[in-house]
Design a protein around this ligand. Structure first.
Ligand SMILES: CCCCCCCCCCCCCCCCCCCCCC(=O)SCCNC(=O)CCNC(=O)[C@H](O)C(C)(C)COP(=O)(O)OP(=O)(O)OC[C@H]1O[C@@H](n2cnc3c(N)ncnc32)[C@H](O)[C@@H]1OP(=O)(O)O
Ligand SMILES: Cc1cc2nc3c(=O)[nH]c(=O)nc-3n(C[C@H](O)[C@H](O)[C@H](O)COP(=O)(O)OP(=O)(O)OC[C@H]3O[C@@H](n4cnc5c(N)ncnc54)[C@H](O)[C@@H]3O)c2cc1C
Length: 696
């Protein structure tokens, strides 16, 4: 049964007169959604086509949605009602279903990637695709690639990436699993020597993977060469049972991401052939000679982490924009509170407090989308250089990808929860899509390097830059502004009127001033603590880490905003966008700059770069920009281009029919499968039914 959107005449007569005034004020969310789109000042479809690299790509997505909707394994109707086991099996079925479609219909890899994100059902193949294959590609020799990749691509083996142990995740050099070369048999013996060395966390290892990339400390002739990568089979291909010497299983339920069977693994003197070590860079010869990686690529074994961090940056905008789409569309159709009974209630999006939260979040989502594209471009250009043996950009890439991984996931995870909170009670329903989005995203702040630790990697690079500035060496790359700042240590903010804060030049100058100040401050704290003095580096670094993280965050915030400005200006000057969408994007850029600067309001004033009055102007300008963007709020969500199927959200649906969707979703709850419910017979009937009670 579907309920009427607005009370019909019969209902009005029935409840009249008591409820008349209240009912008269009721509005139709579908009409509200349609009216929102009429307010837009730009063509949201043009912007969507630009963001998706062309109308044909968007049309292709629509075709793929239809394909997915026709398959049982990608049906989302019951997605929010699954048990852990169903989620695990379902996630695998979805991945294998996509893979079979790709092979059967000869779909491209791009189609596969699109289908994966449309179906969004993380499962036991995530690490096979996300890390196992990339590690073989990045660190395997051509022969090793020829051996393993066809098996991977045909899903004849399934792999994962086993690095983290019970006792060590962050400190990779401290891993305890060993791979000892036995010259007599020309094999490695891989072994877990302690409880702490049990591998813990690898996705898909619990019940799915047949193979792992094992990160283990390499020992040759008794010498420890630190962590290296090995391909190790852990399960029999015919029976799926663990091989001899292998103890493996699932680690149990997690906060989210439960379709993925993260696992534990302990190895008892398992023998693997010499060619199981990935030898593109470091090698062990048959006779047991260790050949180290080239001097400028000592961290070759860490290369997969750089790649995955880049993909995490790319995905952050995707996740935040989904949350912002859901919350903004819902806020546009949700009405709450009338000044007088019987008057129309206000759209929640018209509450100043709500729009002042959602529209800055929208600007952050757009900034991250552009950053994600630039990050992948940067990674691919490093990858091409690496193929020529050129690793010169790796330190900068590592510093940027670490810091951006941290900042973009901080922004996205916090933003998803902030968006959910703007949705009132209905945002707490799984049917809203927001809780699952948060629970399956927030681990991005931890995995692939905890965010604090990642900021500290960026800080390491910044401290080298700070020393270079002190010694008068010229800087290039992302830290170049530190040299300029050092030449003008007493530069002051030049903003005189609120609208001055919109200018990219003022925004960049202020963000650079904050980053330069915090870098100088961290360098001073580190130096005072004894940084650089032999024997106290670790201690000095630790006691300076709060300042170091603040500096890294400010440096990356500047980089993120600068990238947003450059991408939008490039699109506009290359005429990839017409005036309407370009103008709205510029407003978003301006708002992003203002919101980022407001995060740093204290830092702006602390060293006297800006005055209290200038910060007050900044705050006022945020209000003005938000109000200017308000008519375009829903159109801006349309430009992200998410089909309803992908969002799977009762609140975020394009047509605004949110209440019907909530009710429909509730009806598919397994608790509603029978009228009396599953507790009737065992618990309630003996209490409530007089006849049953008399039998007690
Ligand atoms: C079938 C369907 C088909 C459809 C097709 C569809 C296809 C779809 C395709 C898409 C699928 C996508 C799926 C995605 C899923 C992904 C899931 C991800 C899961 C995440 C998994 C994980 O979670 S997996 C574990 C990650 N675990 C860490 O992340 C540990 C952090 N811990 C460290 O990373 C180190 O421990 C730490 C702290 C650096 C210190 O390392 P350390 O102590 O050795 O180093 P130091 O700090 O001493 O630094 C010494 C010098 O090394 C430099 N350096 C350090 N790292 C460097 C580096 N990486 N590169 C270069 N340089 C580096 C540094 O800059 C210094 O340089 P310098 O000396 O010049 O200053
Ligand atoms: C859902 C999920 C999936 C994962 N999948 C995989 C996988 O497939 N394969 C795999 O190998 N691993 C995987 N991991 C493990 C993940 O990479 C680690 O959890 C992560 O690197 C953090 O390490 P840790 O857990 O040891 O944290 P810890 O290092 O114990 O961190 C605890 C706290 O200490 C702080 N800290 C630690 N060291 C430092 C330092 N040097 N300086 C300052 N602060 C510090 C951290 O910031 C943090 O606040 C996964 C984790 C999760 C949550």
């Amino acid at each position: 049964m579907s309920l009427p959107q607005r009370p019909d005449e019969a209902t009005r007569r029935l409840v009249d007169p008591a409820c008349r005034v209240t009912l008269a004020g009721a509005a139709n969310p579908v009409d509200d959604a349609a009216a929102e789109r009429l307010k837009a000042t730009f063509d949201s479809e043009e912007l969507a086509a630009f963001l998706h690299d062309g109308v044909d790509k968007l049309q292709r997505r629509e075709e793929l949605v239809k394909l997915l909707q026709s398959q049982p394994w990608s049906d989302k109707t019951h997605r929010y009602f699954l048990t852990r086991e169903q989620e695990y099996v379902g996630g695998l079925e979805a991945a294998v279903g996509i893979w079979q479609q790709m092979r059967g219909e000869r779909l491209s890899m791009e189609d596969g990637i699109t289908m994966r994100s449309l179906a969004y059902f993380p499962g036991g193949l995530e690490l096979h695709i996300g890390m196992f294959i990339p590690t073989i590609l990045g660190q395997g020799t051509p022969e090793q690639q020829a051996k393993w990749l066809p098996l991977c691509n045909r899903l004849q083996i399934i792999g994962t990436y086993a690095q983290t142990e019970l006792g060590h995740g962050t400190f990779v050099r401290g891993l305890q699993t060993v791979a000892v070369y036995d010259e007599a048999s020309k094999e490695f013996v891989v072994h877990s020597p302690s409880l702490e060395s049990t591998k813990w966390w690898p996705g898909g290892m619990g019940k799915t993977a047949t193979h792992v990339i094992l990160m283990a400390r390499l020992f040759v002739k008794g010498k420890d060469y630190g962590p290296h990568s090995f391909v190790v089979q852990i399960r029999d291909l015919a029976t799926h049972l663990p091989l001899a010497g292998v103890s493996v299983g699932d680690i149990g339920p997690k906060m989210g991401f439960n379709g993925v069977d993260n696992g534990y693994l302990s190895l008892d003197h398992v023998r693997i052939p010499r060619d199981a070590m990935l030898m593109r860079f470091a090698q062990v010869t048959e006779e047991g000679r260790y050949i180290p990686p080239p001097p400028d690529n000592q961290k070759a074994a860490y290369a997969t982490m750089v790649y995955v961090r880049a993909t995490i940056v790319r995905d952050s905008g995707d996740f935040l924009s989904r949350a912002v789409t859901i919350a903004t569309r819902y806020a546009a159709v949700r009405r709450q509170t009338a000044t007088k009974l019987g008057e129309p209630e206000l759209q929640v999006l018209d509450y100043d407090n709500v729009q002042q939260i959602l529209l800055p979040l929208m600007s952050r989502a757009y900034a991250l989308v552009f950053m994600g594209r630039s990050m992948m471009d940067m990674y691919h250009s490093f990858d091409s250089a690496r193929a020529r043996g050129d690793f010169s950009v790796l330190p900068e890439l590592h510093a940027l990808s670490s810091g951006l991984k941290a900042l973009s996931t901080d922004i996205a995870a916090t933003g998803i929860e902030t968006a959910r909170r703007q949705c009132g009670g209905h945002g707490y329903m799984l049917a809203s899509g927001l809780p699952t989005l948060f629970n399956s995203y927030v681990q991005n702040c931890t995995w692939e390097g905890d965010n604090n630790v990642m900021y500290l990697q960026t800080a390491r690079y910044l401290m080298k830059a700070a020393i270079a500035v002190q010694t008068g060496k010229p800087l290039t790359g992302s830290a170049k502004y530190l040299s300029d700042a050092a030449r003008q240590p007493n530069a002051k903010c030049q903003v005189a009127a609120p609208e001055d804060w919109r200018a990219p030049a003022h925004q960049l100058a202020a963000l650079a001033a904050v980053a330069a100040q915090l870098t100088a401050q961290a360098a001073a704290v580190l130096a005072r603590a004894g940084g650089g003095r032999p024997g106290v580096e670790g201690e000095a670094w630790n006691s300076s880490s709060v300042d170091l993280i603040r500096a890294a965050r400010a440096h990356i915030a500047l980089y993120l905003h600068q990238n947003f400005i450059e991408c939008v200006e490039a699109a506009s000057s290359q005429r990839k966008l017409s005036a309407g969408p370009a103008a709205v994007l510029r407003q978003l850029v301006a708002l992003h700059g203002v919101a980022t600067l407001l995060d740093a309001a204290g830092d702006l004033q602390e060293r006297g770069y800006a005055t209290g009055r200038q910060v007050a102007l900044l705050r006022g300008e945020q209000r003005t920009l938000v109000r200017a963007l308000r008519p375009n709020a829903v159109a801006l969500t349309d430009s992200f281009g998410y089909p309803d199927y992908m969002l799977n959200s009762a609140l975020g649906r394009r047509d605004g029919n949110v209440y019907q969707a909530l009710l429909d979703s509730a009806k598919s709850s397994p608790l509603n499968a029978t009228q009396e419910g599953p507790a009737w017979k065992p618990v309630l009937e003996p209490l409530l039914n007089p006849q049953a009670r008399s039998r007690l």
